[in-house]
Write a protein that binds this ligand. Structure first.
Ligand SMILES: [Zn+2]
Length: 158
């Protein structure tokens, strides 16, 4: 076959494919099921090869998302500790005013928790505390709870 014939043949095939999209689709489907396992193996190989890249991308994406959400939360709740006024953002934490924040965080996960904080219309459920004030609050609360310690631990059977 000369080069010219070859080119003509390619053009003819291209035209045929354009005129018969259903047949092309059916053929591809048939070939896919015929070589299904090979195709799946190939896809998995490609995915594995790009896995590190993919994971790095996802990590970066999650990180940016967290930074963005944290900014929104601080915009909403303020950028200083409501207790002592400390304002270094690196040590500011979201506090559940009525306590039990840790349980809620565990139940919802970080993302849903953040969503709930941002959707809290009245602004009565959450506040910003610095790490020190937050820790002190927890210690104080635990002293309050100590009276009920046996009741509490018996409730945590899981
Ligand atoms: Zn504080």
């Amino acid at each position: 076959m000369t080069e010219e014939q070859h080119q003509r043949e390619l053009i003819r095939k291209r035209k045929w494919r354009k005129a018969n999209p259903d047949k092309v689709k059916a053929y591809r489907k048939k070939m896919y099921s015929k070589h299904r396992e090979k195709r799946i193996a190939l896809t998995l190989r490609i995915r594995a090869r790009n896995r590190d890249k993919y994971l790095a991308y996802m990590r970066e994406h999650e990180r940016n998302k967290r930074i963005e959400v944290r900014k929104l939360i601080l915009d909403k709740l303020g950028r200083k500790c409501v207790q002592c006024g400390f304002s270094d953002e690196r040590a500011l934490q979201v506090d559940h005013i009525k306590g039990n924040g840790r349980e809620e965080l565990r139940r919802l996960g970080h993302r849903k928790f953040a969503k709930k904080v941002l959707e809290d219309e009245q602004g009565e459920e959450y506040q910003i505390l610095c790490a020190n004030c937050n820790t002190i609050k927890k210690v104080v609360n635990r002293e309050v709870y100590r009276k009920y310690e046996s009741e509490r631990t018996s409730g945590e059977g899981k």
